[in-house]
Structure formats: C-alpha cells, structure tokens
Design a protein around this ligand. Structure first.
Ligand code: 2NL
Length: 355
C-alpha cells in the first residue's frame, strides 16, 4: 500500500464510500479500522508526519488532520444512519395499528322480566314504597305459618311446594319460597320491632309500605305455569289504610306501567288464607290489542288480623292491604308474549328483541 500515490482526497472519498456501503454496525467498525485503526491508512499518514522536516510538517499535518475530520464525520454520519435504521426496524416490528377497528362484542340487554320488575319497582318507589329482597330458601313459619296458612292447607303439600332436605330449628323442612310474602313478614316484623319503643311511648308508628320482588317456586309446569316464576308482593299497613287506597295504588301502577289512562279496574271476591276479605284484581283496557277483555292480574286483600299479629303488631291499631302480582304475566301483557315458557328458554332470537 503506497499512499504517496493516493492523494488525501482519494482516501477520504474511499472512506466515505466504504462507510456508506457498510450494511451493519460491525462492518462499519471494520471499515473504520482500515482508515482510523492502529495501522489504518490515515493513522499511517499521521505517523509519517514525524519524519517530515518541520516546515512541511505543519502544512501536511493540517491537511491530514482535515482529512481525518472528514473521515470521522463520515463515520459518525453512517453510525447515526445505521442506528436510525435499527430503531425504525424495531418500531416497525413492534408496530400497533391503532386505526384497526376492534373486534365487536355483542351488546347484551335486560331480560323482559328484569325490565318489568325494574319498572314496577320505580313506580312503587315513587309512591313511597320500600323494596325488600331476601332469601329464596325459607322456613316453614315464614312461608306458611306467619301467613295464617293452616297446617293442612294444600299450598303446603308436596304437590305445591318444593322442599329442601334440611330442617329448621323447629324440625320442619326448609322450602323454596312459594311467594315473596316471607320478605314482607321479615320487613314488617323488623319495622314493628324498630318502632315498638316509640309506640309504647304513645307515638304513632310510621306506615309499613313495602314491595317484595323476586323468584318464587311451585311444583307446576305448563304453557301458563313455570316451576320458577317472579312475583311482586306489596304491603301497606297503617292506622287508616283501606281498599280505596289499594284501588288508587293499583290504578296508578297500571296507568304508569302500561302507559295508558284507558282502562277499568275491578275487585272480584276471592279467598287467600292471609287476607280477609280477599279479591282478585282484574283490569280491562279500552283500546289496544287487549281491548275489551277482563284480565286477572293480581290477588289482593285486607291483611288478616292473625297475620298482623304475627308481624308483632296490634290488629286493632294497624290495618291495610297486601297484593301479589305475577311479574312474568305483567311482562307478557306489556310486550305481547303469548307463551310463558319463552321467558325461560334463553333463546336469543326471543331475548334480543328486547334490546
Ligand atoms: C296471588 C295472590 C296475594 C298477598 C298475596 C300477602 C302478604 C302478606 C300478608 C298478606 Cl305479608 N298477604 N300477600 C295477599 C293477597 C294475594 O297474591 O295469587 N298473586 C299472584
């Protein structure tokens, strides 16, 4: 290698070309060694300066240094370019396309019975009723005895009621509640206990106004009966609460739930062990798809004195009414559903219509 034959400018452009051609940092460092390494071409030229006479040394030294600076700047430019390229390659590899549309997850909706219960709760809440929810497995006393249900009443029999093979403290089988009345019993008992002291001191007890929505169970299964269904029971007790109040409450419910003023309400005599007198509540719409037909929509009555006593209250002081609504039936009437079993099949073609 005779660099006398290569003017500095050629060495610089060779270095620039080699650096530019180096495809990787490792090869760039090899190229660097050829020019700036211990015995690199430029290093050799710098060493050779020592042999020059002093007056040449200065001029030649300045030239060689100039060349060295240019080579170093070419080297740094290539290092930066390779580092940029590597960074871009990594960014590409890890790229996340934030503009890609996400996978859609189907939006669920409330079951028509849930919607019905939610709406009925809101309507009663607006009339000052509390909402009481509680256990679905109950004691014999809560489901039957407290409600004036005689020992030999058919509702207690194996044909009507599901039993759980666990016994309560009285040695009686627990049951799957056949109505939500037990929650009203619990609520009324707690209310009576809470105000017992105040009442003993001569104060008036606040009225009991509560609804109990939820699942109930009976051994029954056909187009209009399901072994599990939903009930909303209501209870209003006070010193002067009458059937007239029941009629207003019930008419308000119908008006708001069915969103119409065009209907009649009638009470039809009936029997329940827990109320006396008792009445079925029928409604008849004046217009719409159900117009002109009396529809039985609830059972009701004046709370039996024995039941008031079981709440821990004095039936001579407290009087009122209770009623039971089938939430599934309300949903069917409201949405025009003709078979109760549709409610519990879980068929999405049915359910997605309520989205
Ligand atoms: C029906 C009948 C009814 C009641 C439920 C009730 C609850 C308590 C006290 C007195 Cl705590 N009564 N509930 C009263 C009358 C009728 O429901 O066949 N409903 C669908």
């Amino acid at each position: 290698m005779n660099d006398q034959a290569h003017p500095l400018a050629d060495i610089v452009s060779e270095a620039e070309r080699d650096f530019h051609a180096a495809p990787t940092p490792a090869e760039l460092e090899n190229a660097k060694a050829r020019f700036l390494g211990k015995s690199g071409r430029l290093t050799e030229l710098l060493k050779a300066l020592a042999a020059l006479p002093i007056d040449e040394k200065k001029a030649r030294g300045a030239e060689v240094n100039q060349a060295k600076l240019r080579i170093e700047s070419a080297l740094n430019a290539r290092r930066d370019a390779l580092a940029d390229a590597e960074l871009n390659r990594q960014l590409q590899a890890e790229a996340l396309d934030v503009t890609l549309p996400g996978r859609q997850r189907g939006e669920g909706s409330l079951h028509p019975v849930s919607r019905t219960i939610d709406r009925i709760e809101a309507i009663f809440a607006s009339m000052g009723f509390d909402i009481a929810e509680g256990p679905e497995i109950e004691t014999d006393w809560m489901s039957f005895t407290a409600l004036n249900n005689p020992e030999n009443h058919p509702a207690r029999s194996m044909q009507d009621t599901f039993y759980v093979d666990i016994k309560d403290e009285q040695g009686r089988w627990l049951n799957l509640r056949p109505h939500t009345s037990p929650m009203q019993v619990r609520y009324a008992k707690a209310h009576a206990a809470r105000y017992a002291q105040a009442v003993a001191e001569g104060l008036t007890m606040p009225e009991v106004r509560v609804i109990a929505p939820g699942r109930v169970y009976r051994v029954d299964s056909d187009a209009t009966h399901s072994p599990m269904f939903h009930q909303i029971e209501g209870l209003w007790l006070g010193e002067n609460v009458s059937f007239k109040d029941l009629k207003v409450v019930f008419a308000s419910l119908v008006r708001e739930f069915f969103e119409t003023d065009d209907f009649d309400v009638r009470f039809r005599p009936s029997f329940f062990p827990f109320t006396e007198p008792s009445a079925e509540i029928d409604i008849r719409f004046g217009s719409g798809p159900l117009a002109g037909k009396w529809l039985e929509v609830a059972g009701s009555g004046q709370v039996h004195p024995n039941v008031v006593r079981n709440f821990g209250l004095d039936p001579e002081a407290q009087i009122g009414f209770a009623f039971g609504i089938g939430a599934d039936r309300f949903a069917m009437l409201r949405y025009g559903i003709d078979d109760l079993r549709l409610m519990f099949d879980g068929d999405l073609r049915f359910l997605s219509q309520f989205a």
